[in-house]
Design a protein around this ligand. Structure first.
Ligand SMILES: C=C(O[C@@H]1C=C(C(=O)O)C=C[C@H]1O)C(=O)O
Length: 359
């Protein structure tokens, strides 16, 4: 489901509706990972100054940053970044050619909330940590091919030359991750409006930990990770020319394989084939002792790890940062009125409500 902010028939701040957008973005992100996993890391495209052809034009960023700048320049002219859920990675983008659409003001319209943009963190983590992990398999295959040709050392891991394809997919994946993470603002506005009194005391105290506890929903996070595992197993299954799931001999549990890796294969096999075995019995259910397992284009555990260790935590950081500034610019009267809306949970040590200071 794509959030259409111009469609005012439904409540744009319905938490269910917002969560459905996050669920839909899981597909975009998983398929982006599948696409990027086709190519080796190609480390040059993330190194600033690695292409003389680029530095000669006066551009001092990396190949990927150049792709971002060029693509986002066009998208800015097409008014992409006037939408409340789109955040550019590049700076100094041109104004839109068309007048902005009059989107309903859903988020709190203070610059500290509206302009909150964590894309520098997203880009840095993506290039340093995410891309090496999702391209691991293709990079190892490349290095093996290079060694067979007598290329050894760092040169083994240099690249497969797919600079354009890899960067194009990187941009699409970064845009999807950015949208997903910044959707934390809509989540926070929805939660705040549903019970302002619960949030106001912690905001006034700038208590990020208390706000983090308030917005965290462990059951929802567990459901996200569980769904991701199933989606990645299904979407990542390698289907052969015959339309059947490709299978390969089950990895014999070797000492050097971490148990999580071997158990992951079993889990993936069970998840995929259990869910996929048609009632006609045409598919055979592979049990734990089978001697083969389906092949996957991506590592399912990597997808879950990416969300659990990075995308979800960063989304929650955005939620908290948005809330920290949610009272910015309001008068004492407005804040006290919000304090009366909803059912504040008494905060520890809150014998006296904090004096309200509006900056
Ligand atoms: C996005 C939400 O807020 C938090 C972040 C979540 C996530 O990033 O998937 C899930 C649940 C919450 O801990 C939500 O409540 O839906």
């Amino acid at each position: 489901m794509q959030q259409n902010f111009m469609d005012t028939r439904e409540d744009p701040l319905s938490l269910d509706r917002i969560r459905n957008v996050l669920i839909r973005l899981e597909d975009t992100i998983i398929f982006g990972i599948i696409e990027r996993a086709q190519f080796a890391l190609n480390p040059r495209i993330y190194q600033r100054g690695a292409f003389k052809e680029l530095t000669d034009t006066g551009f001092d960023g990396s190949w990927l940053e150049w792709f971002l700048k060029e693509i986002e320049t066009f998208h800015a002219k097409a008014r992409r970044y006037t939408s409340p859920d789109e955040y550019p990675f590049s700076k100094d983008l041109p104004p839109p050619l068309l007048p902005s659409l009059s989107f309903p003001k859903i988020l709190y319209q203070h610059p500290n909330c509206v302009d909150l943009n964590v894309n520098p963190s997203i880009l840095s983590f993506y290039t340093r940590t995410v891309v090496p992990r999702i391209t691991h398999r293709a990079t190892l295959e490349l290095s093996a091919r290079n060694r067979a040709k007598g290329i050894i050392g760092d040169a083994e891991y240099e690249d497969d030359g797919n600079y354009g394809s890899a960067a194009t997919i990187d941009v699409e994946l970064l845009q999807a991750i950015s949208k997903r993470v910044h959707y934390g603002k809509f989540v926070s506005e929805s939660k705040f409006q549903s019970n302002p009194a619960a949030f106001v005391p912690h905001i006034l105290r700038k208590d990020r930990n208390a706000l983090g506890d308030l917005i965290t929903k462990p059951a929802v996070e567990r459901a996200v990770l569980n769904r991701l595992g199933k989606k990645a197993s299904h979407y990542g299954a390698d289907i052969g020319m015959d339309g059947e799931v490709k299978k390969s001999p089950k990895a014999v549990p070797r000492r050097r394989l971490s148990t999580s890796r071997s158990s992951q294969v079993d889990t993936q096999a069970r998840d995929l084939l259990k869910a996929d075995s048609p009632p006609t019995g045409a598919g055979t259910l592979v049990d734990d002792d089978a001697d083969e397992h389906p092949e996957w284009k991506i590592d399912v555990e990597e997808v879950k790890h990416l969300y659990e260790k990075w995308i979800i935590p960063l989304t929650k950081e955005v939620e908290v940062e948005y809330l920290i500034h949610r009272l910015d610019g309001l008068t004492e009267e407005q804040i006290n009125a919000l304090r009366q809306q909803g059912d504040a949970q008494p905060t520890e040590g809150s014998l006296q409500p904090p004096t309200v200071t509006t900056s």
